[in-house]
Design a protein around this ligand. Structure first.
Ligand code: ZN
Length: 222
């Protein structure tokens, strides 16, 4: 039996991955992180989506980011559209070492539940400029974690070379486009009341702009 664990934020990309995994593996579970994110509505949406797809869903609490992290994503008062306060070439929403900690925790959880595959929705095409969303970071981490725990868990990132428009198409192909539009949450400003053709959001934060642009490109492709 092939079992997979999906790192699941409740956003467009990981919701697409959940649909993708469900169509390929015998058993799929989803793992989310509560880390003090300002858009914690995404966790509420994550719960709803997992329920709709009939996937077992676990939320891990990782509160340490509030103490070690420096990111506008953890602070409602910060300007989400500005550059990062210490790394001017990165966006303010960058959370230092977030994926290193998420993947390390998820890798341990995968061992616990007997999953042989760890799936994430990271992308290095239309992405937010986070250096920890690149294959050159994930591949050595996968190798190190497997060596360090005597495991052989394969990391999969089906969206790594996809644009947001191509991710919308993949969601359609995997049968989850409706859930992506109506239930997934991407907006950094936690706006889940204003509905657009591409989903809910403020339409002004970088995450909404990326999602809107991807939707328009996807529509233009017909
Ligand atoms: Zn927004």
């Amino acid at each position: 039996m092939k079992k997979a664990l999906v790192i699941f934020s409740g956003g467009q990309d990981s919701t697409t991955c959940l649909g993708w995994a469900k169509n390929r593996y015998d058993k799929v579970e989803a793992l989310s992180f509560e880390y003090g994110q300002r858009h914690s509505i995404e966790l509420e949406q994550a719960k709803k989506i997992a329920k709709k797809l009939n996937i077992k869903h676990t939320i891990l609490n990782i509160s340490l980011f509030k103490e070690i992290g420096n990111s506008a994503l953890l602070d409602k008062e910060s300007d989400i559209n500005a550059p990062h306060s210490q790394k001017q070439n990165l966006p303010s929403s960058f959370v230092p070492n977030r994926n290193a900690i998420f993947f390390t925790a998820a890798h341990a959880f995968a061992q616990r539940i007997g999953a042989s595959y760890l799936i994430t929705g990271i992308s290095q095409e239309d992405y937010s400029g986070y250096p920890d969303c690149r294959a050159e970071f994930i591949k050595p981490l996968e190798k190190a974690l497997n060596i360090g725990s005597d495991s052989d868990i394969k990391f999969l990132y089906p969206l790594i070379h996809l644009t947001k428009a191509q991710t919308f198409k993949l969601a359609k192909d995997e049968g989850v486009l409706d859930i992506v539009i109506k239930d997934s949450h991407t907006c950094y400003n936690a706006d889940h009341s204003t509905f657009h053709p591409w989903g809910y959001g403020c339409a002004e934060c970088p995450a909404c702009k990326l999602r809107q642009k991807g939707w328009e490109e996807y529509q233009d492709s017909f």
